[in-house]
Design a protein around this ligand. Structure first.
Ligand code: URP
Ligand code: ZN
Ligand code: ZN
Ligand code: ZN
Length: 485
C-alpha cells in the first residue's frame, strides 16, 4: 500500500521544504514534487500543514510500580495518549527492584508492553550493584537492544544508588558503549529536609517543593557530571528543571564533555505557584520530582534549548489517580511522585515555544524528536522524514486551536496539569509507520500495534570517549631503583 501526502511543508531538524511525501511499506520512499505514483496510491491532502517527524518521548513510566502504587496509564493507554499527541515512539524505564535480576525485570516490562499502540524501547535502571548486574548489563546491550542505563540519585531507601555504585555502573557503561543517565537529586539531602519540614508541621504538598530546592538538583547534576568525566563516559541528565542543573550541564559541554540535558514540558511552562493552591488535590496532583520551580528558571531552560546546551523535551509521564495522590493527605512524603503529559507535550511546546518565537519549527523538531533519536541511537530510522526512515509522520496544523481539558483526554487520570492551557498548533493526523493512528475520526491505533525498537550501542561516541580516556589514563612512572650507598 502506498500513500502520498500532498501539499505540505516537510520539517526536519535541519531544514524545512515544501514537498510531497510518498510512503510505501511503512517507510518514506521519496520526497519531492511530481513523484511517480504506483497504481492505487492513496492521496492525503495536507495543504497548509507541516509534516513533522513523529514525536519521540524518551522518558516515560507506564504501569510503573512506584511508592507503593502503580501508575495508572499502562502501555495501552499511555501509548494511545502519545499517539493522540503526535508522539509515535517512547522509551520507558525498566526498573528492577534493588536485588532483582535486570533480566527478570525486563521480562516483566516485556509482558506489560505487549499492549503498546505506538513504537517503544526501554532504558534499564541500575538500582543496586554486584557482579550479576554488570553481567546482565552486558546482556541487555548485546541481546536486548538496550543502550542506556538510568541511575536514581534520589529516592533513598528505595531506588537510590550511591557514588560507589554509580562509578561502577558508569564504568561498565563505558565498556559496553552504553549511555549512563541520571535522575539528579541528592537523596540524602532530600530525606533530611523532608524530615525537618515534616517535624516542623509542614505536612502539605507545598512541602514537597520545599524539600527539593534547586541546590539539591544542582549538586547531584554536578556530581554525576564529575563522575562521568572520571569514567570517560557521556551522560544524559533526565528532567533538568532548574538553572543550577542547566548551568552545570552547559559548563561541562563547554569543557568538551558529552553531557545531554532534558527539560520536561511541565517545567518549561508550569511553576512552583501551583503548590500554593489552597485546593489540596490541585497541589498534590502536581507533585513530581524534581518539583515545579520558580518562574525564573524557565528562561534558563528555554535558553538552553535554543543555545544547544539542552537537547530533548520529554514528559516523564508517570500518571497517578486522585485516589492515589490522596494517600499522602497527612504526609506529603507519601504522595506518589509523577504527572502526565504524553498527550500534551507537543501542542504545549509548539504554543509556548514556536508561537512565542523562542523556537523555530526546526528547533521544535529537534527537541521533540530528532535529538532523542540521535542520542539514543534510533536515527535516522526514527526522528527524520527522509527516504528510508519509518513513516512516522505528524500532520501539524499551525492554525488549529484547543483548550486543554482533562475531560475527554486519553490518559486514565481525572485531571490534567495543563488544564485550561490554550493551544494553537495541533497534530491533526498521526501516522505510525505509514498507518493512520489518530485523525479526525479519533484514535484508530490498536493495542499491540506498537513495535519494539532495539537500539545498538553508540560506536562513534564510545570510540571517541575511549580514545580521550586512554590518553589521560594514569600510568606508573618507570624508575630504576637506585640504592644510595
Ligand atoms: O516524580 C517523578 N518524576 N516520578 C517518576 C519517577 C522519576 O523520578 O522519574
Ligand atoms: Zn536474555
Ligand atoms: Zn526521575
Ligand atoms: Zn522519570
Amino acid at each position: 500500500m502506498t500513500t502520498l501526502m500532498k501539499g505540505g511543508t516537510v520539517v526536519n531538524h535541519d531544514h524545512a521544504v515544501r514537498a510531497d511525501v510518498l510512503i510505501m511499506d511503512e517507510k518514506v520512499l521519496a520526497i519531492g514534487h511530481g513523484l511517480a505514483l504506483p497504481e492505487g496510491t492513496q492521496v492525503v491532502d495536507v495543504g497548509g500543514c507541516y509534516l513533522l517527524p513523529g514525536g519521540i518521548d524518551p522518558h516515560t513510566h507506564l504501569e510503573f510500580p512506584f511508592m507503593d502504587e502503580v501508575s495508572v496509564d499502562d502501555f495501552e493507554w499511555g501509548t494511545k495518549a502519545a499517539l493522540a499527541g503526535g508522539t509515535t515512539s517512547l522509551i520507558d524505564f525498566c526498573v528492577p527492584r534493588p536485588g532483582q535480576s535486570l533480566l527478570e525485570a525486563l521480562e516483566d516490562w516485556r509482558g506489560k508492553s505487549r499492549s503498546a499502540a505506538c513504537d517503544y524501547g526501554f532504558h534499564m535502571a541500575v538500582t543496586w550493584w554486584d557482579r550479576q548486574v554488570a553481567d546482565e548489563m552486558g546482556e541487555c546491550v548485546a541481546r536486548h537492544g538496550i543502550n542506556s542505563f538510568k541511575h536514581f540519585m534520589a529516592y533513598k531507601g528505595a531506588l537510590m544508588v550511591n557514588d560507589e555504585e554509580m562509578i561502577q555502573s558508569f564504568t561498565r557503561c563505558g565498556q559496553l558503549g552504553a549511555l549512563p543517565m541520571v535522575h539528579a537529586e541528592n537523596g540524602d539531602v532530600v530525606e533530611h529536609l523532608q524530615r525537618q519540614l515534616f517535624e516542623a508541621g509542614n505536612t502539605g504538598p507545598e512541602a514537597h517543593g520545599y524539600s527539593r530546592p534547586p541546590h539539591v538538583e544542582g549538586e547531584a547534576t554536578t556530581r554525576a557530571i564529575m563522575i562521568a568525566a572520571m569514567t570517560g563516559t557521556p551522560l544524559y541528565v533526565v528532567h533538568t528543571s532548574c538553572r543550577e542543573s542547566h548551568e552545570a550541564i552547559a559548563a561541562a559541554r563547554a569543557r568538551g564533555q558529552r553531557v545531554y540535558g532534558e527539560p520536561l514540558i511541565q517545567h518549561l511552562v508550569l511553576d512552583a505557584g501551583e503548590y500554593q493552591s489552597t485546593d489540596w488535590d490541585h497541589a498534590a496532583e502536581r507533585v513530581m520530582s524534581p518539583p515545579f520551580r520558580d518562574k525564573g528558571h524557565q528562561d534558563s531552560l528555554w535558553a538552553g534549548l535554543v543555545g544547544g546546551s539542552l537537547q530533548v523535551v520529554a514528559t516523564d509521564h508517570c500518571a497517578f489517580s486522585r485516589r492515589q495522590k490522596r494517600l499522602g493527605t497527612d504526609d506529603f512524603r507519601r504522595i506518589p511522585n509523577g504527572t502526565g503529559g504524553l498527550e500534551d507535550r507537543m501542542r504545549v511546546l509548539w504554543t509556548a515555544g514556536v508561537n512565542s518565537g523562542r523556537l523555530t519549527p526546526e528547533e521544535f523538531v529537534a527537541a521533540t524528536s530528532t535529538n532523542a533519536a540521535r542520542i539514543f541511537n534510533m536515527y535516522p530510522r526514527k526522528g527524520a522524514i527522509r527516504p528510508g526512515s519509518d513513516a512516522d509522520i505528524v500532520v501539524w496544523d499551525p492554525g488549529a486551536t484547543t483548550i486543554i481539558r482533562a475531560e475527554g483526554q486519553v490518559s486514565r487520570t481525572e485531571y490534567n496539569v495543563f488544564e485550561g492551557f490554550a493551544c494553537r498548533g495541533l497534530p491533526v493526523m498521526t501516522f505510525l509507520r505509514g498507518t493512520l493512528a489518530n485523525g479526525a475520526e479519533g484514535l484508530l491505533a490498536e493495542p499491540g500495534q506498537g513495535r519494539y525498537v532495539a537500539r545498538d550501542p553508540h560506536p562513534a561516541t564510545t570510540v571517541a570517549n575511549r580514545i580521550r580516556f586512554e590518553a589521560t589514563r594514569p600510568t606508573p612512572v618507570g624508575r630504576r631503583l637506585e640504592l644510595v650507598p
